[in-house]
Design a protein around this ligand. Structure first.
Ligand code: GLN
Length: 241
């Protein structure tokens, strides 16, 4: 088996250590003897948009988001929607998450149309949500930190990734965090997220490998260090909410 990762706009949307998510996916594949290749896809002509099994879309500044939004409004947004329809997975954080929705309305300037892949919509609020974020979900706990002014609201086609234990999550009102729709996940968990939330990393790895391979069974890894990092981050978050 081999794994193909498309890193979306790594030059514009990769803040707060979000590149660590690409490193975690690649490494958790390689530790299992699965070759992993990463290719960047940024503004302009995309070569082989049908190549990735999984895309990573990180966080960014408002000004980076309008450039990326404009790019996704063209042929690249269509290619990304086609890729998801053909079975590719996406993991997105913050600004990337917002741009996968229907639109992101920044505090200043015109609304930025999203790729319309997630049934969510976001509009900036006055107060930024900055701090540790602890989330509970039926599939396991998650921890990270958040830094966003966007308030994201889910439509009927998306379900929350989890519920907020510490922090604000999607909008600081409905206690939801993130969104899942098919094999697409969006969240506000910077950190980076996947290295210390191994169950989520392996969920994405499984989805990605199933696009081109059958009977995918991921060998169990020794996650002692990853889980210790999650425990430590969670304890800090709970001590200093
Ligand atoms: N500019 C967006 C917001 O503030 C996204 C920020 C980010 O990606 N961290 O909500």
């Amino acid at each position: 088996m081999d794994l193909r990762i498309g890193h979306l706009y790594p030059d514009l949307m990769s803040i707060y250590g979000d590149k660590g998510n690409v490193i975690a996916l690649s490494q958790r594949a390689r530790w299992r003897g699965i070759a992993a290749e990463v290719r960047p896809y940024s503004v302009g002509e995309w070569r082989e948009p049908e190549w990735p099994d999984v895309w990573f879309f990180g966080g960014g500044q408002d000004q980076g988001q309008d450039l990326v939004g404009a790019d996704l409004a063209g042929r690249n947004g269509e290619s990304l929607r086609k890729s998801v329809a053909s079975g590719a997975a996406i993991f997105s954080v913050c600004g990337g998450y917002q741009l996968l929705g229907t639109e992101y309305v920044p505090e200043v300037g015109a609304a930025i149309p999203g790729a319309g892949i997630l049934d969510v919509t976001t509009r900036a609020g006055r107060k930024r949500f900055v701090g540790n974020l602890v989330v509970d979900s039926a599939d396991g706990p998650l921890v990270g930190f958040e830094n966003h002014s966007g308030r994201t609201y889910l439509g009927p086609k998306a379900v929350p990734l989890g519920s907020v234990v510490v922090g604000n999550g999607n909008n600081g009102e409905d206690k939801t965090e993130g969104a899942i729709q098919g094999k697409v996940i969006g969240c506000y968990l910077h950190g980076s997220c996947l290295p210390k939330n191994p169950w989520l990393a392996d969920r994405l790895l499984q989805w990605a490998l199933e696009r081109r391979h059958t009977d995918v069974k991921l060998a169990k890894l020794d996650d002692e260090a990853e889980l210790a990092a999650r425990t430590q981050a969670t304890e800090v978050a709970q001590a200093r909410p």
